[in-house]
Design a protein around this ligand. Structure first.
Ligand SMILES: Cc1cc2nc3c(=O)[nH]c(=O)nc-3n(C[C@H](O)[C@H](O)[C@H](O)COP(=O)(O)OP(=O)(O)OC[C@H]3O[C@@H](n4cnc5c(N)ncnc54)[C@H](O)[C@@H]3O)c2cc1C
Length: 400
């Protein structure tokens, strides 16, 4: 078992090690620091000790040579021959990283009869499309897609692999990461390259959204992350031609052990708020029949969508597909109007990409005002009817 100890001949009692230890495992006893039994040997105290008094027999883990791993890959999710937006959004981010790293951006297109989609992937920033077509990939299966993608990863060794954090992506990415021996950071809200080490810094909310954690992977490749729809911006205007590589899936019927008995369409098509240009969000302050009727009217007057905070969804005032936030949808409308929304960090995680934010709240200290371009302090039941009246006065054909 590795350990950490102190050479008291070198220690000058500066106590930096005590301040640095996140576990409270270094304590001052009779004027001298002492290592306690709860020491995890994380090594942080060694980094701050200027005297070299802290010593260890922990072996530094060697960073493998990844110089042969190259390329920024994006899994291009498609359903029935229609590309999911999140793949195109991730291509925009991959393009940015690829240009920085002078590496190729590649899209992974799996399915059956989906070749026509390659042109779209090129025009959203892919240099190369790996096309894997097979009747067994016609409908998604965890095992079939994992095996086909793992084969590509083994053959071409990409540096980075991004997957949309959709239902499908959340099923596929962890299994693929395990299969190829990589790590995975789920639900990232930010991705960038570390200037010094050139590795991917993957930022995501942690501890219930109260902090943003940045995760980096030095020890395995590819660096894998999932990102929720609506978080990254699409970039267009790239040539609609590039390198198309046809690949074998390398799977058989035995690869897929799950039998699909039946596919049923959802009775109620979930709403995709990430496409809305205007969103009126109801918070607990609007949690009543009258409140929702009022905000629904405002949304209609602005040709927008009505959404809610988690408080509203939990109280069943609105269906779950209308929730915005960390555990709901991520949106970036031109205009977001929050009414009776306090602006908790978990809610803001889903709407901070909005172009303009208007907040209506009777509490002037509500955190939503920190991210609002315009704040109206007051009762929404007074303010919103006035707003609706003003809008209808200005509507074409009105006399106002
Ligand atoms: C792990 C985790 C994940 C979460 N994920 C999400 C998420 O995805 N999305 C989300 O929204 N939340 C999420 N939450 C919950 C979040 O922490 C908040 O509890 C929630 O967003 C609060 O909703 P609210 O603003 O509607 O309600 P409140 O915080 O209760 O705020 C109501 C606001 O309405 C104002 N108000 C009241 N009456 C009026 C009136 N007549 N006129 C004007 N203003 C009025 C009040 O001043 C108050 O600011 C999550 C929490 C956790 C722990």
């Amino acid at each position: 078992m590795p350990s950490v100890w102190i050479d008291y001949d070198l220690c000058d009692g500066c106590t930096l090690c005590i301040k640095k230890c996140p576990y409270g495992a270094v304590e001052l006893q009779e004027g001298r620091p002492r290592i306690l039994d709860n020491c995890t040997c994380c090594g942080l105290c060694l980094e701050v000790c200027k005297q070299g008094a802290l010593q260890t027999d922990i072996q530094q883990r060697a960073i493998p040579d990844f110089s042969s791993w190259s390329g920024i890959w994006v899994f291009a999710e498609q359903h029935d021959g229609r590309l999911a937006d999140v793949g195109l959004e991730l291509l925009g981010k991959a393009r940015e990283i690829g240009d920085q790293r002078s590496e190729e951006v590649c899209a992974l297109l799996l399915g059956n009869g989906v070749e026509d989609l390659a042109g779209t992937l090129f025009s959203y920033g892919a240099d190369r499309v790996y096309l894997v077509q097979d009747p067994l990939l016609g409908t998604y299966s965890t095992e079939g897609y994992t095996a086909a993608l793992a084969r590509l990863v083994d053959a071409y060794q990409p540096e980075i692999l991004l997957v949309g954090a959709t239902d499908l992506g959340r099923d596929l990415a962890p299994r693929l990461a395990r299969r190829v021996g990589a790590g995975l950071t789920a639900d990232c809200t930010g991705l960038k390259i570390d200037a010094e080490e050139g590795i991917l810094l993957q930022t995501r909310p942690a501890f219930g959204g109260n902090i943003m954690a940045t995760i980096a992977n030095r020890f395995s490749r590819p660096q894998m992350a999932t990102v929720r729809p609506g978080v990254m911006e699409k970039k267009t205007g790239f040539p609609s031609e590039g390198v198309l590589c046809r690949e074998e899936a390398g799977i058989t019927e035995q690869t897929i052990r799950v039998n699909r008995l039946e596919t049923r369409a959802e009775e109620h098509e979930p709403i995709d708020l990430s496409k809305a240009r205007v969103i009126v969000t109801a918070g607990r302050g609007a949690a009543s029949k009258e409140g929702l009727a009022l905000l629904g009217e405002l949304a209609r007057a602005l040709d927008g969508e009505l959404a809610g905070t988690r408080a509203l969804i939990e109280e069943e005032w609105l269906p779950p597909d209308r929730q915005i936030g960390q555990t709901g949808q991520t949106v970036r409308p031109e205009l977001y109007i929050g009414c009776g929304v306090s602006g908790a960090v978990q809610h803001r995680a889903g709407m901070s990409g909005s172009r303009y934010v208007i907040a209506v709240n009777k509490d002037s200290r509500a955190p939503i005002f920190q991210v609002a371009d315009w704040g109206l302090v007051g009762d929404l039941f007074q303010i919103i009817p006035e707003l609706i009246n003003t809008l209808s006065d200005k509507a074409p054909g009105s006399s106002g």
